[in-house]
Design a protein around this ligand. Structure first.
Ligand code: ISE
Length: 324
């Protein structure tokens, strides 16, 4: 039986998730979309049902599982509504705009006693990150000591505030660093250029590993995400995010993508397929509600402590047994 999926929000990410469900994903189909903008909803729906009220989509009999790709501030309310309706949900990052809202999702899911929430930290499905994670887990580079991350965007949109470099962009490195290392972050320290962009965040894990991340929202030349994991025996890092190299006019070159959709196209496709397969098997995959909450909690503590001279000491509430 094909899984009937409803997509809330048909902006850049919602349109891509709708396309994956319509054209690429096995075992599922796009049953409905929801967006107040009828023009882009129609483009994404391509014949699927259209809603303007997200709660009506979530509660519709036509929809068995939900993808949330609406603006960040609406994620938590819709995720809670999916839990109340008992429907599996793939929620774009961040899981919530505040840690308190993220915790409410964790508590609601723990009370339900079964996991229905997956957070769309798609980098976990990127083949390069997956290889790095396997290299670490299999001990191929020895004990990890450092992780260097680079996260550069071409230009921040007008509506991007300083804090969003942390809460919307850097959350990816919080999640992927926890996942790559299998560690929890315990401290963070931020050094920002005048005006706040770029910034350098240094975190330390519970195993003493150091995680450095450059977040540069206006790097101009292209969308560029890179990671290098340094172990006691060797290092593993991403190769150029491209299949071809051009030799021309005394130089070798490759092109950077303009944004994250082409860079992570495989990750989004693999994430959707894994989520559909897991959902149909009554299982979960990817980042949990707990991972989403911890990521937002760390981001919130970093934003609050950004002016601090010393390191920010990160604190967490106890992890419910559901996420052991
Ligand atoms: C954007 O919202 C994303 O999720 C991208 O993956 C990230 O690279 C970008 O910095 C964010 O603004």
């Amino acid at each position: 039986m094909s899984l009937a999926v409803g997509v809330i929000g048909t902006g850049v990410m919602g349109a891509e998730h709708a396309r994956l469900l319509r054209c690429i994903t096995n075992g599922a189909h796009l049953a409905a979309v929801c967006d107040p903008d009828a023009g882009r909803a129609t483009l994404a729906a391509q014949g699927a049902a259209m809603f303007t009220d997200a709660h009506a989509l979530i509660n519709s009999d036509q929809v068995q599982a939900v993808v949330i790709a609406s603006p960040d501030a609406s994620h938590a309310g819709y995720a809670l509504a999916c839990l109340a309706a008992g429907k599996p949900v793939l929620c774009e990052k961040p899981i919530a705009a505040t840690a308190a809202e993220g915790l409410a999702i964790v508590q609601a899911e723990a009370a339900l006693g079964r996991r229905l929430v997956t957070v769309g930290f798609m980098r976990r499905f990127d083949p390069a990150y997956a290889e790095m994670q396997a290299a670490r887990a299999e001990g191929r580079i020895g004990a990890p000591v450092l992780l260097h991350n680079i996260h550069r965007n071409v230009a921040a949109p007008d509506w991007f505030t300083g804090a969003m470099a942390v809460t919307n962009s850097f959350v990816h490195e919080i999640d992927i660093s926890r996942w790559l290392l299998g560690s929890e972050m315990v401290t963070a320290q931020v050094t920002a250029a005048p005006g706040g962009d770029p910034m350098l965040v240094t975190m330390q894990t519970d195993k003493g590993e150091i995680v450095s991340t450059e977040v540069f929202m206006n790097a101009a030349y292209g969308y560029h995400v890179h990671a290098q994991l340094v172990g006691r025996l060797g290092t593993v890092e991403m190769a150029a995010p491209t299949r071809t190299l051009t030799n021309l006019a005394n130089a070798q070159s490759f092109a950077f993508p303009p944004n994250w959709v082409p860079r992570f196209t495989d990750a989004y496709r693999l994430q959707m397929q894994a989520w559909v397969d897991a959902t149909k098997a009554g299982q979960t995959t990817g980042a949990s509600a707990w991972d989403g909450f911890v990521t937002t909690l760390i981001a919130e503590q970093i934003v609050a402590g950004m002016g601090n001279l010393g390191p920010i000491h990160l604190t967490f509430p106890p992890r419910p047994a559901l996420y052991a």
